[in-house]
Design a protein around this ligand. Sequence first.
Ligand code: 13P
Length: 254
Amino acid sequence: MRKQIAAANWKMNLSKNEADSLLDQLVASELNLSENQSAIFAVPAIYIPLAIQKLAGKQQMFVAAQNCHQKANGAYTGEIAASMYASVGVNHIVLGHSERREFFAESDSLLAEKTEAVLAIGSTPIFCCGEPLSIREAGTQNSFVEAQLKNALFQLSADQIIKVVIAYEPIWAIGTGKTATSAQAQEIHAYIRSVFASKYGQTVADQISILYGGSVKAANAKEIFSQPDVDGGLVGGASLIATEFTAIINALKS
Ligand code: 13P
């Protein structure tokens, strides 16, 4: 059974006091995470020590980074290496979010390097893909996303690819209040799985968790997560509200 994951992406939000209070509320919530479920919190890097301290001892709850540098170390002022995150207990790293692709010009080839850097130290990349509105309107989303996956991930071995979590996030649904319907999500998630199956075989593809992101909230999480190829969500806005994100965690399939 592949992992079911509710991942919070706080992006560049919250003051230290707000982060503190949100983490306290989350820790105090009634969460029933089973062994194949996890809740992951991609917080701004500066709040990682705080989040680690608050979540200490919590089963199946992990702190993640929102990005990392592709090199192991060196003269890269302002950057943070995957191994540095690992050294403070952060073993999940979001890569290739559409905001990083758009605002920081991250290309598929750079993301291939970053993915390899994260895997090389034994951490888990949460690799984002997804199409803009123009591509969805043209009906070419499958080939667009397939190219993102092929260009950044197909150099990996089967042993490596099963360690990658995929997050499909249609850009037109991010922060817009518009979600893909559960049928649209299922259709492209199944397509993504078939892309991996054609390269690595069905058994490998069946082990890859594929998360949906884009205006997931408490009110729609259960319906979206109930789809057979949707293994949870990557959540922005609703992850900043404890009651919302708690309900999203509790909407995961068991
Ligand atoms: P929203 O949930 O705010 O639409 O953001 C989705 C997202 O970008 C998560 O990475």
